[in-house]
Structure formats: structure tokens, C-alpha cells
Design a protein around this ligand. Structure first.
Ligand code: NAD
Length: 259
């Protein structure tokens, strides 16, 4: 990527709220032109970014719909003329246990969390190649690194990790890097209504707290930028140590004074 910062263009899915909106704000502040894409209305986030002096636009996009992806790409081409970054962030979680997960829930979660990034990568890669290369960041989860009770969510995030590595190998020839980010528990609406779950999970986090959305956005910005120019097919875990040390952290806490 040889362009100056103000010429770099990134599309962020699920940018109307939660962490996607945070990624969009962070990237805009870092000089990116940001395309906000969501099924929900992105106007409030767009207005905020433009009011802060950055270049941005918004497009309506259901990531499960290939035709809408084609239309979104046309919007990027017509409005910004190039594309250097894609953040496949849109995702949903249905915290249903294995035997409670209906076929409809299974299909819906896989369609948004996995089909979405597949469509986005295939549709956006040619313009990224023609723009001089770029970086794709797939927002997976620690549920894509460990066993997680909700099969639709866990499977979608494990599969997104595989999609990332497959695309990284294939798109390297086009100068496009593809990496995944694996947030742990982060304070967003995705976790609203699950206070008991969060309290219990926090006891297994060595850092002793949930993550802040900005701490994930900073990693996304790193993977989009020149500082990670030799990274592709990699996965970055952003979880306060939950995956690497959660089990023994909890055991030692429980055994305090008796070890
Ligand atoms: P969120 O629910 O706050 O926001 C998700 C956004 O995606 C919303 O704006 C929603 O409108 C949009 N969206 C949903 N379906 C869509 C579709 N079909 N097409 C386009 N947009 C759609 O979620 P969040 O917590 O900000 O999570 C963002 C990403 O981070 C997700 O992929 C999620 O799985 C992942 N993640 C979140 C956590 C966490 O603790 N919150 C942890 C690990 C990973």
C-alpha cells in the first residue's frame, strides 16, 4: 500500500453499533476513509465521524446477501475509487446450548458470521488488488479457539479462523493480507442481559476484568496498518489471558491459601 493515509479506504461491516462503530471511529481518527456498512442505520455514527473532520460514507448491507455485497462494492468504487481494508466485524451470538440450537438458529448464525466474511472477501479482493493491495481483518472470537457451549457461534468462529488462513494463502499474490482477531469478553450490547454469565466468566480472566472495545479496535488498526506488513494468516487473541491461563487462574483463585 503506497497511498498516503488520507487516501486509504476501509469498509467495516456491522459499523452501526458495538465494536464495529468503535473500529470505524478509531480508523477514521487514524486517517482512513471509512465506509460504514450495516443492516442497521449507520447515520448517527457517520455524522459523528464526519463532524470530527474525517471522510466517511455509509451503505446498507446485509452481509448474508451476495447481491447487496456487489452493490456495496459499487458504492465504494463510485464514492471512494479504491479499497485497501476490509473489517469483517458483523456478527451475532445466540447463547443456546447444543441440544437447544434449532436448525434455523444454526443457519442464521453461520450465514451472518461465516457466509458474510466469505462473500465480503470474494467481492472486495479484486478492488483491493487493483488498489495496490491491502489488509482484511476477520473478527472471530476466543469461541473459535476453544470449546464453547453454543455450537452455532463456536463453529462459525472456528470456521472463520479457517477461512482466514485459506484466504491468506490465496490472496498473498495480490498483496492482500488476511488475519483474524479473537476478542475475549468485551463490554458491548452483545453481552447485555447476561450478567450472571459475565460475572462467572470474569472469575477466569487473569486480567480481572472485561475487555474495553477500544482495546480490540487498537488491534484491528494495527492489523490494517503498515506495522503488521509481514503478518498474514495469523490470529491475535485479545482476551486478558483467558484462553492461555483461564483454567489455572480460576483453580489457583479457588485454592487460595491451600496451595
Ligand atoms: P453488536 O451486537 O454490538 O453489533 C453487531 C453489529 O452487526 C450491529 O450493528 C448489527 O446491526 C450488525 N449486524 C448484525 N447482523 C448483520 C447483517 N446480517 N449484516 C450486516 N450487519 C449486521 O456486537 P459486538 O459485540 O460489537 O460484536 C462485533 C463482533 O465481535 C462480532 O463478530 C462478535 O461475534 C465479535 N465478538 C464480540 C465479543 C464481545 O464480547 N462483545 C467477543 C468476541 C467476539
Amino acid at each position: 500500500m503506497s497511498e498516503s493515509p488520507e487516501q486509504r479506504v476501509v469498509l467495516v461491516t456491522g459499523a452501526a453499533g458495538g465494536m464495529g462503530a468503535g473500529h470505524a471511529r478509531t480508523l477514521a481518527a487514524a486517517g482512513w476513509s471509512v465506509v460504514l456498512a450495516d443492516v442497521a442505520d449507520c447515520t448517527p455514527v457517520l455524522d459523528e465521524i464526519v463532524a470530527a473532520g474525517a471522510t466517511a460514507s455509509a451503505v446498507s448491507l446485509d452481509v448474508t446477501d451476495r447481491t447487496q455485497w456487489d452493490d456495496a462494492l459499487e458504492h465504494v468504487r463510485a464514492t471512494h475509487g479504491a479499497l485497501h481494508g476490509l473489517v469483517n466485524n458483523a456478527g451475532i451470538s445466540r447463547r443456546l446450548r447444543f441440544m437447544d440450537t434449532t436448525p434455523d438458529v444454526w443457519r442464521q448464525v453461520l450465514a451472518i458470521n461465516l457466509d458474510g466474511p466469505f462473500h465480503g472477501t470474494q467481492v472486495c479482493a479484486p478492488l483491493m488488488r487493483d488498489s495496490g493491495g491491502g489488509s482484511i481483518v476477520n473478527i472471530s472470537s476466543i469461541a473459535g479457539q476453544i470449546g464453547y457451549f453454543s455450537p452455532s457461534y463456536s463453529t462459525s468462529k472456528w470456521a472463520l479462523r479457517g477461512l482466514t488462513k485459506s484466504a491468506a494463502g490465496e490472496l498473498a499474490a495480490w498483496g492482500i493480507r488476511v488475519n483474524s482477531v479473537h476478542p475475549g469478553l468485551v463490554e458491548t450490547p452483545l453481552l447485555s442481559g447476561s450478567d450472571g454469565f459475565v460475572a462467572s466468566a470474569t472469575a477466569s480472566i487473569p486480567a480481572g476484568r472485561l475487555g474495553r472495545p477500544q482495546e480490540v479496535s487498537d488491534v484491528v488498526a494495527f492489523l490494517l496498518g503498515h506495522g503488521s506488513s509481514y503478518m498474514t494468516g495469523a490470529e491475535l487473541t485479545v482476551d486478558g489471558g483467558l484462553v492461555s491461563n483461564g483454567t489455572y487462574h480460576r483453580i489457583i483463585e479457588d485454592m487460595e491459601g491451600t496451595l
